[in-house]
Every structure is written in structure tokens, then in C-alpha cells.
Design a protein around this ligand. Structure first.
Ligand code: NAD
Ligand code: ZN
Length: 365
């Protein structure tokens, strides 16, 4: 068991990484200043796999549990499901000290966090991420949200969890597609981190594919430690935290245009990352070899470099719903070299369209 500390003054917390962490999570809550009525939110797949085990540990620790199971997939990240969480919390008479516990991937995490940020103006929140994507990215940093039909994460808040418990054993049951999705955020982080992280991923690709626990533990701890530094510097994303959105401008547009189902978040980030690097080649002097190296890595991890079944014009329009757009200007995260990013507002729209056209084909999926 290891822990990465996120240092945010009174809102500091640990990301605990290890095995069989359900009991550890229950005992953390038992020792804390929480009311004994808790709410567990999970999705239908994770419910089948892990919820009973966690519920047993929580009951043994003296908690009365209200539970809500949302559908598996992005559709659950909606205001309608947030409302159902409020209803369940109200019916169960949950109070201001009641912990909301998210068990699952980034979807239950973002949704539960959003509900926790708003129920009674904010209640405690615990993350138990069970996807690689959620363990290396979504569960850490306190960005919580639901989607609006017009765009991803349009309705949200900042609400830090009290603790994160990343159980590595749960990663073994992920589908190859969901596992690869998490690797996309890991590659993104490696681009931002520099210092040989991309080479490390290439060298360890075999062990990563086998889901070797030692390498997984170092990937999760490494990504959380990197994210911790950024979040500690810029909790509310007014500066350096924006860099974490590398690949997400095109990525969100592709994810949205695919109806949140054609491409997973990680797959869309993979395609978007390639787009951002292509723009970086022209506008931030990124060496083309870096783009080639990153593309090869993404391919090795079975991630797409192009989207099909997406209309380029609609995807272009979707870019404008990006939360980074300010004053009708798109803001791009570009890479000068691994470990060195910048924000640019001055990319000619013609170029934006041209690169996008190369990323998406209007054919069938
Ligand atoms: N808040 C943030 O900072 C942040 C950062 C990155 C991504 N996100 C969000 O995270 C979401 C994507 O996260 P995700 O990929 O974890 O999505 P997800 O929660 O939909 O999980 C993906 C799939 O894996 C299944 N699953 C979960 N755990 C499993 C397990 N252990 N074994 C088998 N199947 C399992 C789920 O049922 C689902 O079908 C997106 O909505 C994205 O916007 C948020
Ligand atoms: Zn992401």
C-alpha cells in the first residue's frame, strides 16, 4: 500500500494505492467525523462486481447505507441522475456530515462528486475509482461535473474528495477498451511531464499490456503525484492546470459528436492528442519525431489516431462549446517539447479545421 498526498491546506487528502482497500476505506470513514448514514453510488457493471464487498465493509464499520445504481456509461453523467441521487439522499435522511461514496470509473466519480458538491451546499465525498482512467486522472483534483447535451462537463463544480482509494486489483476486470482508455490519459500526462516518461512507457509497454501490478502501481502513483503538483499550484484551473487538457479540445468535440458512445473519453483523447501535437508542430515548433513517437505509443496501446463516423463540420461547431473558449476564442494547449506546454489563442481557424478534417472521416465507424 502506498499513498500520494494532495496538499491543499485544509482540503488536503491522500490517494491510497494498493490492494483490498474496501476495508481501508470503511475504517477511514469510521475514524473520521462523519455521520453514520452514508450514500453509495455505483454503476450497474461495478455494482455486480464489487458493490456488495464494499457495502459489507461499510456496514461492518457501523454505517447505514443508502445506495443508488446508475447505468454504466457516460449517459449517467446528467442532471437527471444527479437529481435521483438527491432524491435517494433525502429519502435516506442523509445529513450534512453524511459521506457520499463513488465506486466506479470517472462517470460515477464525476456525478457523485457533483451531487456531493451541491447536496445541502456540500457534503463529504470519497472516491473509490475502479478504472485505470479514474485512478490516474478523474478521481484526483476535485473537478466534478455532469454533461449538458451541448457539451461535456458544462455543469460542474470544484469539490475535493476527503480521500481516494485506488484498488489495483479492480483493474484486472476492465475490458481491453476501457483499460486502453486509461492509457490515453497516461500518455497525455507523459507528454506534459517529459523527463523520459514517454520512453519509460515504450520500454514497459509489454508489462503494461499484461497489467502487471507492479508497473500499474508505479503508473497510478506517478500520474497522481504529477497531477498533485499541478492541482496544488492551480486548484481552480486558472493557469497551469489547463495544461492537463492537452488533447481534450478536439477530444471533447469528437466525444460529444460521437454521442458519448462511439468513442470512450480516452479514445477521443487519443485522437485529440494527435491533433494537438500536429498543431504543436506548426505553432509551437514541436519536433515531428515526438508526434511520431506518441502516435506509435498510442497505437501500441490499441488506441485510435483517427475517428470515423463523425461529421467534421459538426465536430468543428462542437469545439466552440469547449469550456476553455473565452471571448469567442479557442484556447489550445500545445507542446513545445515533452515537459514544456503552452496555451495559444491564436491558431488560425482554417488550420484548426484542416487538422480536424485529417482526424475525422465522415464514413461509417
Ligand atoms: N474529473 C476529472 O478530472 C476527470 C478527468 C478525466 C476524465 N474524467 C471523466 O471520466 C469519465 C471517463 O471515465 P471512465 O473511463 O472511468 O468511465 P466510466 O466510469 O464510464 O467507466 C468505463 C466503463 O468501465 C466499466 N467499469 C468500471 N470499473 C470496472 C471494473 N473494475 N471492471 C470492469 N468494468 C468496469 C464501467 O461500467 C464503464 O462501462 C468521463 O466522463 C470523463 O469526462 C474526469
Ligand atoms: Zn480526460
Amino acid at each position: 500500500m502506498r499513498a500520494v498526498k494532495i496538499k491543499l491546506g485544509k482540503r488536503s487528502y491522500d490517494v491510497v494505492i494498493g490492494h483490498d482497500l474496501f476495508t481501508a476505506a470503511a475504517s477511514f470513514l469510521q475514524k473520521g467525523d462523519y455521520s453514520k448514514k452514508a450514500l453509495l453510488v455505483t454503476d450497474s457493471t461495478v455494482n455486480r462486481l464489487y458493490a456488495d464487498k464494499l457495502a459489507d465493509a461499510l456496514r461492518e464499520a457501523g454505517f447505514a447505507l443508502a445506495k443508488i445504481v446508475v447505468p454504466s456509461g457516460e449517459e449517467a453523467k446528467s442532471l437527471a441522475w444527479a437529481e435521483k441521487i438527491y432524491d435517494t439522499a433525502i429519502e435516506g435522511k442523509l445529513d450534512r456530515q453524511s459521506p457520499f461514496i463513488a465506486l466506479g470509473g470517472g462517470v460515477p466519480g464525476d456525478l457523485t462528486g457533483f451531487a456531493a458538491a451541491t447536496y445541502m451546499r456540500g457534503v463529504p465525498f470519497i472516491q473509490i475509482p475502479t478504472t485505470l482512467l479514474a485512478q490516474v486522472d478523474a478521481s484526483v483534483g476535485g473537478k466534478v461535473a455532469v454533461n449538458h447535451p451541448a457539451g461535456k462537463n458544462m455543469i460542474g463544480a470544484f469539490h475535493q474528495p476527503d480521500a481516494v482509494f485506488a484498488d489495483l486489483a479492480s483493474l484486472q476486470s476492465l475490458s481491453p477498451r476501457d483499460y486502453a482508455s486509461g492509457l490515453a490519459e497516461i500518455v497525455k500526462t507523459a507528454c506534459l511531464e517529459g523527463g523520459g516518461r514517454l520512453d519509460f512507457l515504450a520500454e514497459q509497454a509489454g508489462r503494461i499490456e499484461e497489467r502487471d501490478e507492479e508497473v500499474l502501481s508505479s503508473l497510478v502513483a506517478g500520474a497522481c503525484a504529477y497531477k498533485a503538483k499541478i492541482v496544488e499550484d492551480d486548484e481552480r484551473e486558472t493557469g497551469v492546470r489547463m495544461f492537463l487538457n492537452l488533447g481534450h479540445t478536439y477530444g471533447h468535440a469528437i466525444e460529444t459528436e460521437g454521442g458519448f458512445s462511439l468513442y470512450t473519453h480516452g479514445e477521443a483523447v487519443s485522437i485529440g492528442l494527435r491533433g494537438a501535437l500536429l498543431l504543436s508542430g506548426e505553432f509551437a515548433s514541436l519536433a515531428p519525431q515526438v508526434t511520431t513517437k506518441v502516435s506509435a505509443l498510442l497505437e501500441k496501446f490499441h488506441l485510435p489516431l483517427k475517428a470515423s463516423g463523425i461529421d467534421p463540420e459538426r465536430a468543428y461547431q462542437a469545439l466552440w462549446h469547449d469550456k476553455k473558449a473565452v471571448d469567442e476564442k479557442l484556447r489550445w494547449v500545445l507542446l513545445k517539447k515533452p515537459g514544456d506546454a503552452l496555451i495559444s489563442k491564436d491558431i488560425p481557424l482554417l488550420k484548426v479545421r484542416e487538422v480536424l478534417a485529417g482526424l475525422v472521416e465522415n464514413g461509417k465507424h
